[in-house]
Design a protein around this ligand. Structure first.
Ligand SMILES: [Fe+2]
Length: 303
């Protein structure tokens, strides 16, 4: 078992290195294959919607959805649990009481429903809200030291298939000083690799061309959708702190959605990483291929 895991790690390491050199990506080669096939043959290419078109081309889009009213209604109700206050990772979770969670999620879902429909049409598949995580990140010292990483503040891609996507909702006005999320849109990736001399997550020139970076600054309630497995991104470091809500969307046919289709609003706050990983972070080529078949079937059943 142990040697199997060791082999898997070595294989993954080589696969990632090759992906960096050949494709300017930092993903296992199987994931790159999956994403390429999905984007070419499964997504609905007849995109008439500007938001979805931007998402398709750049991997990131600021949404025409604003949750300012909902956030302002619940912002004072968010609190940090005693046990989470001891977290030294410089990132702490916010909690809400159960009734507030229920009410808040219902309102968020209502606002996001039109987007979910558009994404289902784009992915040719069902899309589920699988996790809601409100959190705060704090300032860290020596943010340019690539040997130390506090909270995903080095450029990386999330190691998932493109069926895993994120929405960031601003819980406060976020300007440059508040460390907005930084994203390299897909069209800037080649230039980014050159300018930042990107070799790996802990090996690149942090002083590359800053104009290649999209900074997700904005006002309270603004929402940004991004394909974290497709775009390089990093958490910006705030001068004091930055508050936001991260929502994870998982694309999977409904009949395989156990664990990521969560009906109970309160459950959505529980941290669903394990179930999300089971679906969107497969560990073998066979599982990747099986998933592709499932998505092709879903597409053909629909049309
Ligand atoms: Fe990330």
């Amino acid at each position: 078992m142990k040697s199997g895991l060791g082999l898997h790690k070595i294989f993954n390491y080589i696969s990632r290195k090759l992906s960096l050199i050949i494709f300017n990506q930092r993903l296992p080669l199987g994931y790159i294959m999956f994403n390429t096939i999905y984007k070419k043959y499964i997504v609905n290419k007849k995109i008439e919607d500007d938001e979805i078109l931007k998402f398709h081309n750049s991997g990131v889009v600021k949404l025409n959805i604003n949750l300012k009213n909902e956030i302002e209604e619940y912002k004072d109700k968010l609190f940090i649990k005693e046990e989470d206050k001891e977290d030294t990772s410089k990132r702490v979770k916010f909690s809400l009481n159960n009734q507030d969670k229920k009410d808040f999620v219902k309102k968020v879902k209502k606002k996001l429903t039109p987007l979910i429909y558009k994404l289902e049409n784009y992915f040719n598949c069902d899309v589920f809200i699988s996790d809601i995580l409100p959190f705060r990140i704090y300032h860290i010292e020596d943010q340019n030291n690539l040997e130390k990483e506090a909270y995903a503040n080095h450029f990386h891609q999330d190691g998932y298939l493109m069926i895993y996507n994120k929405i960031f909702i601003n819980l406060m006005d976020i300007n440059d000083e508040d460390g907005p999320l930084q994203i390299i849109p897909i069209e800037n990736k080649k230039k980014f690799f050159k300018s930042f001399k990107y070799k790996d997550r802990n090996n690149y020139n942090v002083f590359g061309d800053q104009n290649l970076i999209y900074k997700n600054s904005g006002t309270i309630g603004e929402c940004c959708l991004f394909s974290s497995p497709q775009v390089f991104h990093r958490a910006g470091v705030p001068k004091t702190y930055r508050d936001l809500i991260q929502i994870i969307l998982v694309t999977i046919p409904k009949k395989y959605s156990a664990g990521v289709y969560i009906k109970d609003e309160v459950e959505l706050f529980k941290g669903n990483e394990k179930n999300i990983m089971k679906i969107s972070k497969p560990y073998s080529l066979i599982s990747i291929l099986k998933l592709l078949i499932i998505f092709f079937q879903r597409k053909s059943n629909k049309s």
